[in-house]
Ligand binder design. Structure first.
Ligand code: 5RP
Length: 234
C-alpha cells in the first residue's frame, strides 16, 4: 500500500469513528496520526453544533491538538467512566488484540481504553496482521530500567531503551518514564506475555492490549469504504 493510500485509509477510518460519537458523550482521544483524523472530524461536528462532547486526551500531543481543534477537554477525575475511546494501533490481530506504543503513549492509552465503555480502533490495512509479532514497547520507571532490561533479555526479548530523535538520550514519556522496546519476534501467547511483562516490578505498562477485545470495534479504512469488525464478547 502506498503512503498516500495509507493516509487516505487512516483518514477514512478516523472520520468513520468520529461519526460513531453521539451528542453528550465523553470520549477518550487516542494518540497518533489516525486518531488525529478522528479528532479533526469530531471538531467539525462540534463546530457545526451537531454534537457537544468532551474528550480525555491520552498524551500531551493529543491535548495540544484538541485545544487547537476546539474540542473541549476533561479529565478522568471528572469522568472516570468514558462512553467511548477512539485510538490507533500498530498491529491488530484477528481476535482484535493489539500492539500499541509507537508514539510512547501506551500507558495513558491503556488507562483510557480500560475506562471506556467501547474502544474504537482506527487503522489502515497495513496494521492488520495474522499474528502479533516484533517490538512490544514497555514503559518502566527509570530507577528499575537496568534490572528490567536483564529480565527482558532472559525472556528472549532483545530489549533496547528507546532513544529520542530530536533529543540526546532516552525518550521520556508523558509520565516521566523510560520506554524499552522489546523485540520478541513471534508472540505465540499475547495474553501470557502481557501478564508476565506487567508483573515485573518497575514496569508501568506494556503495549500489548489483550483485555479489551470484547468491547472493541475495529474500523479499517479500505478502498470503497470502511471495514468494521466487532469484537466477540467473552
Ligand atoms: C501511540 C500509539 C498509536 O495509536 C499507534 O502508534 C498508531 O499510530 P498511527 O495512527 O500514527 O499509525 O499507540 O502510542
Amino acid at each position: 500500500m502506498s503512503r498516500r493510500s495509507a493516509d487516505v485509509a487512516k483518514r477514512d477510518a478516523g472520520y468513520h469513528a468520529a461519526d460513531m460519537v453521539k451528542d453528550g458523550m465523553i470520549v477518550g482521544l487516542g494518540t497518533g496520526s489516525t486518531a488525529y483524523h478522528a479528532m479533526v472530524r469530531l471538531s467539525a461536528r462540534v463546530r457545526e453544533e451537531e454534537i457537544s462532547v468532551a474528550g480525555v486526551p491520552t498524551s500531551h500531543q493529543t491535548a495540544m491538538r484538541a485545544r487547537e481543534l476546539g474540542i473541549p477537554l476533561t479529565t478522568l477525575d471528572e469522568h472516570p467512566g468514558l462512553d467511548l475511546a477512539i485510538d490507533g494501533a500498530d498491529q491488530v490481530d484477528p481476535s482484535l488484540r493489539l500492539v500499541k506504543g509507537r508514539g510512547a503513549a501506551l500507558t495513558r492509552e491503556k488507562v483510557v481504553a480500560c475506562a471506556a465503555g467501547r474502544l474504537v480502533i482506527v487503522a489502515d490495512p497495513g496494521k492488520v496482521v495474522q499474528a502479533l509479532s516484533g517490538v512490544v514497547p514497555v514503559e518502566v520507571i527509570p530507577f528499575a530500567a537496568t534490572p528490567i532490561m536483564q529480565t527482558l533479555s532472559r525472556m528472549g526479548g532483545a530489549p533496547r531503551v528507546r532513544e529520542g530523535k530530536a533529543k540526546d538520550g532516552p525518550v521520556i514519556t508523558d509520565n516521566g518514564n523510560f520506554l524499552i522496546d522489546c523485540d520478541f519476534d513471534v508472540i505465540p501467547d499475547p495474553e501470557g506475555l502481557e501478564a508476565t511483562l506487567t508483573a515485573i516490578p518497575g514496569v508501568v505498562e506494556c503495549g500489548l492490549f489483550c483485555r479489551y477485545t470484547g468491547k472493541t470495534t475495529l474500523v479499517v479504512g479500505e478502498e470503497g469504504g470502511c471495514r468494521v469488525i466487532e469484537g466477540k464478547r467473552a
